[in-house]
Design a protein around this ligand. Structure first.
Ligand code: HEM
Length: 399
């Protein structure tokens, strides 16, 4: 039997399946292969609890050590903070934390805006030249986060196309050989970048990481490479999808579009709601139980895999009124789980929020008449048939 989450249907619209699972219970066993099952968590309270539960490990290397046929992450990031448990996790995360605090991100904002303005100007020129629609994702939502993280990590402009290709392949390649090639290429590239920065440090995050690691020596060279690779890849596609999905949500709702255009002060709330409404990470939070325990009324066995679904949790009616509607008046403690929760809560959350807010500010100001191209790419694989939008074909991401 096939994994229902691998279906084209799920890429097009994951919410009916996630809602059906949740209706049976917040934690459900799903058959994901001939003799493989996975627990999927779609209840908000249970998802939040699971993300912070120390009995659920993210140490993929340990998990797959005695299952050589499988693998969760490419080698280049399999020893990063994303795949380690406390206490190692804190050691790996601490070094990078300073670069991504709200204050550090605040200092980046003028540069993020400059990049966004430049890309928007390019879009405007293409639209004028073509006299027709332009691709907002390729021309704006993809290059903005790549430019920002590559500048932070001192990746020269000429190398960015290759970096993008490798990071795409790292998470979404169809076969493990392509993933491995990309993983090696990216790790090799980053190791060279580190060597170059070590002899000629600059005013960038990579140079700061190298200096911190060389002074304290709390990280092996391999761990430093893994950290830098993770930073390069973690924020691309996710932030692209936040910008793309958010733009789609506002273009599908004229009243919302007008409100945001007239009052950009509402954008921080809108970004939070876009994150909730279309979680860029639908289902990509691998964890496994190190001991048997109970979650949401079911007994999870030692060694069993648990996937927490931000996309499912964010639409739980027990937590959110009218979960399938975009509303800017949601408030109160404990919102969406799009950035995860607990020790692995997204390190780049402040950066992603700032990039998205600035992206919408620039788009709405520069293109007051922005609208969906009629027909778009209707009928393409993944198109949901309503306004010709093509969704990315992967169960992990939503974009
Ligand atoms: C972790 C989502 C942007 C860096 C995570 C996790 C999620 C997530 C769900 C937790 C995974 C888990 O618990 O298993 C997102 C989304 C983003 C985004 C939706 C954009 C809208 C970024 C950016 C960066 C970044 C821009 C750049 C630095 C990281 C890192 C981790 C992480 C380093 C691992 C943290 C840890 O293991 O301690 N992200 N992310 N993310 N994210 Fe993000």
């Amino acid at each position: 039997m096939n994994d229902p989450m691998e279906s084209a249907e799920f890429s097009r619209d994951p919410y009916p399946l996630l809602a059906a699972l949740r209706a049976r219970g917040p934690v459900q066993r799903v058959r994901t292969g001939k003799d493989r099952t996975t627990w999927v968590v779609t209840g908000w309270a249970e998802a939040r609890a699971a993300l912070a539960d120390p009995r659920l490990s993210k140490d993929t290397a340990r998990y797959f050590a005695d299952r050589p046929s499988g693998r969760d992450l490419a080698p280049a990031v399999s020893r990063s903070m994303l795949a380690t448990d406390p206490p190692d996790h804190a050691r790996l995360r601490k070094l990078a934390m300073a670069a991504f605090t709200p204050a550090a991100v605040g200092r980046l904002e003028p540069r993020i805006r400059q990049i966004a303005e430049g890309l928007a100007a390019g879009l405007g020129q293409s639209a004028a030249a073509a006299g027709g629609p332009v691709d907002l994702v390729e021309g704006f939502a993809v290059p903005l986060p790549i430019a920002v993280i590559c500048e932070l990590l001192a990746v020269p402009e000429g190398d960015r196309a290759a970096v993008r290709r490798w990071s795409d392949d790292l998470f979404a390649a169809a076969d493990p050989d392509t993933t491995d090639r990309a993983s090696h290429a990216l790790a090799g590239y980053v190791a060279e970048l580190i060597a170059a920065r070590r002899t000629a440090p600059g005013d960038d995050v990579l140079s700061a990481l190298i200096a911190a690691r060389d002074a304290g020596d709390r990280l092996s060279e391999h761990e430093l490479v893994s950290l830098a690779v993770l930073l390069v890849v973690a924020g691309h596609e996710t932030t692209t999808h936040l910008i793309g999905n958010g733009t789609l949500a506002l273009l599908r709702d004229d009243a919302l579009h007008a409100r945001l255009r007239d009052d950009p002060g509402l954008l921080p709330a809108a970004v939070e709601e876009f994150l909730r409404y279309e979680a860029p990470v639908t289902l990509a939070t691998f964890r496994y139980a190190t001991e048997p325990f109970e979650l949401g009324g079911v007994r999870i066995g030692a060694g069993e895999v648990v996937l927490v679904s931000p996309g499912g949790a964010n639409r739980d009616p027990a937590r959110f009124d009218e979960p399938d509607a975009v509303r800017l008046d949601r408030s109160g403690p404990g919102g969406h789980l799009s950035f995860g929760h607990g020790p692995h809560h997204c390190l780049g959350a402040s950066l992603a929020r700032a990039e998205a807010r600035i992206a919408f500010e620039v788009l709405l100001a520069r293109f007051p008449g922005l609208r969906l191209a009629a027909g778009g790419r209707q009928g393409a694989e993944g198109s949901d048939g309503t306004d010709g939008v093509t969704w990315r074909r992967t169960r992990l991401m939503r974009g």
